[in-house]
Design a protein. Structure first.
Length: 393
């Protein structure tokens, strides 16, 4: 009878140990959540002050006499405070079965309050294929939904948005000194493709004394002439809109845009980055040193890269263009620009891989029709709006 009772005692003891462990996990997680919140919410504190607040809160609120209380790890960034701890609870009767401790690694992350400005560049494909399945209309509706939602959630002086409609070329107004097609310092309005490599992978302001650094190049091709000439970009209202806080005007301009021509994804990304960058030719963006401004770029395309770009060896190809996009995205992320990519009604793995590499963890692949494109824009909007303190993990 005594021998038979041993397994029963172990089973009961294990159940007791497990219940103790569940309680300890709950207490630990509550302490981590509170520590992260208490450190994230106050304004005007240094990183070291936030770290001390988090640790002091945790120690004061997680006192477990049956185990050694862990020292929490605290990671403070411009966006959040993350607090984690590795807790080991000594067992009772489970010890007899060779299980000496039960371990739980807990973590809590809280967004820091956002009192600055959100800058958002919408880089939208208006190539001819966007006519199919009413895609451009559905994209416009979804993008306007984002504009409305962000406008409703942020004060007028805390939100700037810009728009880059792209196909084979982009149509913009910039200073004449930055284009090869004009001279002087007045405003030039016209079409351009990319600058010479590697300037087409960065946002360095052109050297007014060096035409090789400027925009204005248009490849001599049927993609850019006839019914696809610059005059048609103007008639389709495909003009870049710099960052603005006039959301009504932005929506009106977006509504007027119509598809045209071929696809040049990295050109759109390049000009989207230029909208967010504080340097000329667009200077509406805040300096990168302004920690109260967060920058976002949303890039949508519905197809393959069909337009050549400059690459190494002073040559042009679509392969160069694809590599340029990867480089642009990497360079933007290095500047703490959050990049989202949308492969709209795309199944070709060449495109989906390219866009997912461009925005790891922030890539979407909606079908045409239905509500998927709206849902994607709503998801991205929620991530952009996620600037108030809340438990993330």
């Amino acid at each position: 009878m005594a021998i038979a009772a041993v397994p029963l005692m172990l089973a009961v003891g294990s159940a007791v140990d497990y219940m103790r462990f569940v309680d300890a996990k709950a207490d630990l997680q509550a302490a981590l959540d509170g520590a992260a919140v208490s450190a994230a919410l106050p304004n005007g504190l240094s990183d070291s002050q936030r770290e001390k607040i988090a640790k002091d809160y945790f120690v004061a609120n997680f006192a477990y006499p049956q185990a050694e209380v862990p020292v929490p790890d605290v990671a403070v960034s411009a966006a959040s405070v993350k607090v984690s701890a590795d807790f080991r609870l000594p067992t009772g009767l489970m010890y007899l079965a060779g299980i000496k401790t039960m371990e739980y690694v807990g973590e809590a992350e809280v967004m820091r309050p956002f009192a600055g400005t959100a800058e958002v560049a919408l880089v939208l494909d208006f190539s001819g294929s966007m006519n199919d399945k009413n895609k451009y209309r559905d994209m416009q509706t979804a993008a306007k939904g984002m504009i409305n939602a962000l406008d409703a959630s942020l004060p007028d002086d805390k939100l700037k948005m810009g728009l880059v409609p792209f196909s084979a070329m982009v149509y913009a107004s910039i200073n004449k000194s930055y284009v090869t097609q004009a001279s002087g310092t007045a405003t030039w309005t016209g079409c351009t493709q990319d600058r010479r490599f590697p300037l087409n992978t960065n946002v360095n302001t052109p050297n007014i004394a060096d035409n090789t650094t400027k925009w204005g190049y248009i490849e001599s091709s049927s993609q850019n002439s006839g019914s696809y000439s610059c005059a048609n970009y103007a008639s389709k209202s495909l003009k870049i809109v710099p960052l603005t806080n006039n959301m009504s005007g932005l929506k009106t301009k977006l509504d007027a845009m119509r598809p045209l021509g071929y696809t040049n994804i990295p050109l759109g990304a390049e000009f989207g980055w230029n909208l967010l960058d504080p340097q000329e030719p667009f200077s509406e963006g805040a300096p990168y040193s302004d920690k109260l401004t967060r920058k976002f770029l949303v890039l949508l395309t519905d197809g393959l890269q069909t337009t050549n770009q400059w690459g190494p060896g002073n040559s042009r190809s679509t392969s160069h263009a694809e590599q340029n996009l990867v480089t642009l995205c990497s360079n933007m992320r290095a500047k703490d620009i959050t990049v989202f990519t949308i492969a709209y009604d795309v199944t070709d793995s060449k495109v989906t891989t390219l866009l997912s590499d461009c925005a790891p963890g922030r890539y979407f692949e909606p079908d045409a029709g239905g509500t998927e494109i709206n849902q994607v824009f709503q998801t991205i909007t929620s991530q952009i709006k996620n600037q108030t303190a809340r438990i993330m993990k």
